[in-house]
Unconditional design. Structure first.
Length: 199
């Protein structure tokens, strides 16, 4: 019989170690500068990822929206069927791929560059030597820790790290832009957080 409590302790320990081992690099400062510059120039942050990475990318986009940075999630497959038109010249793209080889994301880079050659790319990946990392302007590598999934396949540890890395970008962008409670309240009217931000 499985000892769920023990398994939980092991999973928590493994994912905690993975987070602690995320490389702290100058890339974060550079990425935040790109994001803020995009906003100041009338552009936005466009995030993308496939599968579970896409869900994390969408969450990052919505969090940036509520904290003062215009952001949108672009599905890499839908981009090939017209949604690429959401891109503008002063945007910056944040792409998530654990392998750094996701076909749809690699293709998206080329499609976006064909449309606007001056676009800049930030990549979060578990493989700093991957094709996606090599075409990025800024690569933010995870620690490359193994997934806690017993098969070693299901995105678990990798998506946890990407979520935390997104939080690092959001929180520090808020600090750089001096985003205030009053500004938050203007963007978040409903629910408990909206009420709390107006107190």
């Amino acid at each position: 019989m499985i000892d769920i409590k023990q398994s939980m302790r092991e999973i928590l320990a493994a994912e905690s170690r993975a987070i602690e081992n995320i490389p702290v690099t100058d890339g974060y400062e550079d990425a935040i500068k790109l994001i803020v510059e995009a906003k100041n120039n009338g552009g936005k942050l466009v995030t993308s990822g496939m599968g579970k990475c896409g869900q994390i990318a969408e969450n990052i986009a919505t969090t940036f929206c509520s904290t003062g940075i215009p952001a949108v999630f672009l599905h890499p497959s839908e981009a090939q069927h017209g949604d690429l038109g959401i891109l503008q010249p002063h945007d910056v793209m944040l792409l998530l791929s654990n392998s750094g080889k996701t076909n749809e994301i690699v293709a998206l880079v080329q499609l976006a560059k064909d449309l606007y050659p001056e676009l800049r790319f930030i990549v979060i990946t578990g493989n700093a030597d991957s094709p996606l990392a090599k075409v990025s302007d800024i690569c933010l590598p995870t620690s490359g820790a193994p997934e806690v999934c017993p098969l070693g396949l299901t995105p678990t540890t990798s998506t946890t790290m990407m979520t935390v890395m997104g939080d690092v970008l959001v929180v520090n962008t808020m600090k750089v832009t001096q985003f205030s409670r009053q500004q938050y309240a203007l963007r978040h009217h409903g629910g408990y957080l909206g009420e709390k931000s107006r107190q």
